[in-house]
Design a protein around this ligand. Structure first.
Ligand code: PEP
Ligand code: MG
Length: 876
């Protein structure tokens, strides 16, 4: 087995050059900070390889590790001049997890290991601070019992709360040594009752219990969920960091805090952080005491504040990124406990990247690669309209920006349940804990009554890009009766509220929103990205409103205009139904003639907005029965309108019924059976262009796309139909119009026979929604029922309808690309399935050298950035 342990301390660290994969993020950064000469308490990192061994060997620790840990503890003892388990000068250690990427709060940590009934007295004598020693011991019992024995924390918390109530005090700091003595005995009783064992007094037993528990926490439910949401592979495992304890809770010359080297919400270059005097780290994060703004440390501990500022600069210079730091001050000495790249909002990510280029810390390429394209989503959606009437019922901290509106829900489970019903929710909690992670993901926004800017809710929400208002102390939550009160307001579960994570406001009802601002730094990053990308970015759009948004977001064309969406309009559906119900060709043509002007005007509108850019118009795709009325009332109405008996309508509905409509009479099959439909659509396109030409509107080049083709004969027949219609209209209007005819590749056979099909096509557009459906044989509409099981059983890494299955669907795309281009070198290739807006799939599209991707208008900037990153990554 490889090296198991890596040492770090100010006399030299072993791990600094090893990769994060082995030491984990926390371990490698501790080693590097120690190397930089920053004050880091001595310790060591147990490699992720041990975690791998642990899970492969029935959760056993390798024997070799036991000796190595012993040796390393001795080294810590030597440096700290304390001894583990010693009765006069005991060394205490912390045991923390640390995987390759940070998973905040998802795995376990135990502090103060090494305390027992005897060493606690030694610690008291050594520090002349009995209160501190006993408080530390009770924290160990509480944390250890929770993490190692699985005893829920509230059993201990309730004891403390009741005790404080009887004593008439509010803060934990008001409890004295003797109070903690009593509570420690009660805590030990709980352990005995729940585990039938006494709390371990052997410090080595404590240490190994903690190390195993950290490994086990890699597979805790919440860690698994977090990994699933963030696509973190199971096999990575966690490292374990064992480090000498330093104390922020030994008196008023001690403190503990967390800081960011820049503001993680706005990106502004300023000191941003919180600290507490006389406290331990978990007090800041848990939100049980309200922390102070770090800037006030300039007065309370000015020397430390200056030292911290200097360290911030050193760390930014080293890591070339904004850092998230944990520190402790023990008797006026500063100790650095952690540094890592800080989670930030999308707005902050963009500002920091642009600023760092200007500060010459990073290059433009680095700046482009720094920003997670998916994160931009939060910036592309509306924000609250400043002028709108707002009924503000509470305020809290502006923990994660953006506006969200939804039904109030008080539990993660309820938020998940409502999400399944497509309902928007705001998850309202006193404070959140890692168990709430699923609910936070499901909700549109998060509101908490307790907790600061670095509380769990704030950190996790920022990471997810979700609006969050935290620490709104005005709201009083009553979980039992499912309501919260704020002043005179009483808000019940299910009532709609709006939260603004940028201002911290909580409002009654739905507040109107405004279009996002995509100027300034955002447009700078976008223009940088555009210089590096090869793939063009188009949008899927068929309404003037969406087309405008797409253009504003930088779409370079329309890659998919689904014409059937234009058929659904209330005014047109009657004619569509008439067309479907027609028994003769003449009747059908009459109905189509009514639809023609609608289609034509739609195209004129879209062509005007696109102002010369390419527009791919897809001819009718879905099965006809989709347009027929479904309810009795609708059937009655249409029967009256068209003067047909409702029996006739019902019999037509049953005639059109298909067992497998997705594999049925749809796409080009409709064009083959009813050529007059496609003929009408082409007539509308060319007449629209003729009119544009007459009105001197810059002409777009239409790309007419035939859906669901699987054979060359289909496209040959339908191409003839398009060409014939085009030439007739051009003749009638005496105009010359340039156009292309192509097909979607969305069936495996089409991909395989791409060479034959390319003979009749000017372009291919990969319809990866259907191609995924037909390659796997999994219905795109029903897969939700079992996809989760597939991800859980590691059959799929990711939902293949979201991110392209490179090995199967991707292989077909590759085959079609190669075979198509053999036949026709100039063949234009794009993608218009949902995958066209997914960064990972875009990387694949770049790899197989498509010409463009097409996605929903709101994803256009995401695709522009992802396309640039795909090019830059290829060169690295
Ligand atoms: C596709 O199948 O990927 C596609 C874009 O077409 P639709 O989603 O309309 O079937
Ligand atoms: Mg399709």
């Amino acid at each position: 087995m490889d090296k198991l342990i890596y040492r770090f301390n100010n006399q030299g660290s072993q791990g600094g050059n090893n990769s994060k994969d082995i030491l984990g993020g926390k371990g490698i950064n501790l080693a590097q900070m120690a190397k930089l000469g920053l004050p880091v308490p001595p310790g060591f990192t147990i490699s992720t390889k041990v975690c791998e061994y642990f899970y492969k060997n029935k959760k056993k620790i390798p024997k070799k590790l036991i000796q190595s840990v012993k040796k390393e503890i001795k080294i810590i003892e030597k440096i700290s001049k304390k001894k583990f388990g010693n009765l006069s000068n005991p060394l205490l250690v912390s045991v923390r997890s640390g995987s390759r990427v940070s998973m905040p709060g998802m795995m376990d940590t135990i502090l103060n290991l090494g305390l027992n009934d005897k060493t606690v007295i030694a610690l008291k004598n050594k520090t002349s601070n009995g209160r501190f020693a006993k408080d530390s011991y009770r924290r160990l019992i509480q944390m250890y019992s929770n993490v190692v024995f699985g005893i829920e924390s509230h059993f201990f918390e309730e004891l403390i709360d009741n005790y404080k109530l009887t004593k008439g005090v509010i803060q934990d700091t008001e409890l004295e040594e003797s109070d903690w003595d009593g509570l420690i005995e009660n805590f030990k009783e709980i352990v005995k009752e729940k585990t039938k064992k006494i709390f371990p007094q052997d410090v080595n037993e404590q240490l190994w219990g903690a190390i195993s528990a950290v490994f086990l926490s890699w597979n805790s439910k919440r860690a698994k969920t977090y990994r699933k949401i963030n696509y973190i592979p199971e096999h990575w495992g966690t490292a374990v960091n064992v480090q000498a304890m330093v104390f922020g809770n030994m008196g008023d010359d001690c403190a503990t805090g967390v800081a960011f080297t820049r503001n993680p919400s706005t990106g502004k270059k300023e000191i941003f952080g919180e600290y507490l005097i006389n406290a331990q780290g978990e007090d800041v994060v848990a939100g049980t005491r309200t922390p102070l703004n770090l800037n006030s440390m300039n007065k309370s501990m000015s020397k430390i504040f200056l030292q911290l500022k200097k360290i911030f600069k050193q760390l930014e210079n080293k890591y070339k990124d904004m850092q998230d730091i944990e520190f402790t001050v023990e008797n006026n000495k500063l100790w650095m406990l952690q540094t890592r790249s800080g989670k930030r909002t999308a707005r902050a990510a963009i500002k920091i990247a642009v600023d760092m280029v200007q500060e010459k810390l990073i290059s433009i390429k680095d700046a482009i690669l720094r920003i997670d394209p998916n994160m931009l989503d939060t910036l592309l959606h509306p924000t609250l309209d400043e002028k709108a009437k707002k009924d503000i019922i509470a305020t809290g901290l502006p923990a994660s920006p953006g506006a969200a509106c939804g039904k109030v829900t008080f539990s993660a489970e309820e938020a998940e349940r409502l999400k399944e019903q497509m309902q928007d929710t705001i998850l309202v909690r006193i404070e959140t804990s890692p168990e709430d992670i699923n609910g936070m993901h499901a909700a549109k926004g998060i509101l908490t009554a307790r907790g600061g800017m670095t509380s769990h809710a704030a950190v996790v929400a920022r990471g997810m890009g979700k609006p969050c208002v935290s620490g709104s102390s005005e709201i009083k939550i009553d979980y039992e009766n499912k309501l919260f009160k704020s002043g005179d307001h009483e808000i019940k579960e299910g009532q709609v509220i709006t939260i603004d994570g940028g201002s911290g406001q909580v409002m009654l009802g739905k507040v109107p929103t405004l279009k996002p601002d995509i100027s300034g730094n955002f447009s700078k990053i976008m223009s940088w990205a555009d210089k590096f990308r090869k793939l063009k970015v188009r949008a899927n759009s068929e309404t003037p409103a969406d087309t405008k948004i797409a253009r504003d977001f930088g779409a370079e064309g329309i890659g998919l205009c689904r014409t059937e969406h234009m058929f659904f309009d209330e005014k047109r559906i009657i004619s569509v139904r008439q067309m479907i119900l027609s028994k003769t060709l003449d009747d059908r043509k009459e109905a189509l003639a009514k639809l023609l002007p609608y289609q034509k005007n739609d195209f004129i509108e879209i062509f005007k907005i696109m102002n010369g850019l390419p527009v791919t118009v897809r001819l009718l795709d879905p099965p006809l029965h989709e347009f027929l009325p479904k309810t009795d009332k609708d059937i009655e109405n249409i029967a009256k309108e068209l003067n047909i008996g409702h029996h006739d309508i019902r019999s037509r509905i049953s005639e059109l019924h298909e067992q497998n409509p997705m594999l049925g009479h749809r796409g080009c099959r409709l064009g083959i059976s009813f050529p007059e439909i496609y003929q009408m659509q082409c007539q509308a396109i060319f007449e629209a262009l003729a009119e544009c030409k007459k009105n001197k509107i810059k002409l777009v080049i239409p790309e007419i796309m035939i859906p669901l083709v699987s054979t060359a004969a289909e496209i040959q027949i339908l191409r003839n139909l398009v060409d014939k219609t085009a030439s007739e209209i051009q003749k009638i209007h005496s105009v010359k119009i340039k156009y292309y005819v192509g097909t979607m590749i969305e069936l495996p056979r089409a991909a395989l026979r791409a060479k034959d099909i390319a003979k009749f096509a000017d372009f291919f557009s990969f319809g990866t929604n259907d191609l995924t459906q037909t390659t796997f044989g999994i219905s795109r509409d029903d897969s939700g029922k079992f996809l989760n099981d597939y991800v859980e059983n590691k059959i799929f890494n990711k939902d293949p309808f979201v991110s392209i299955d490179e090995r199967g669907v991707g292989e077909l795309i590759k085959i079609a690309t190669e075979r198509g281009r053999i036949e026709k070198k100039s063949l234009k290739l794009g993608i218009c399935g949902e995958h066209g807006g997914d960064p990972k799939s875009i990387e694949f599209c770049e790899k197989v050298k498509l010409n463009y991707v097409s996605c929903s208008p709101y994803r256009v900037p995401i695709a522009r950035l992802a396309a640039a990153q795909a090019c830059l990554k290829k060169k690295v």
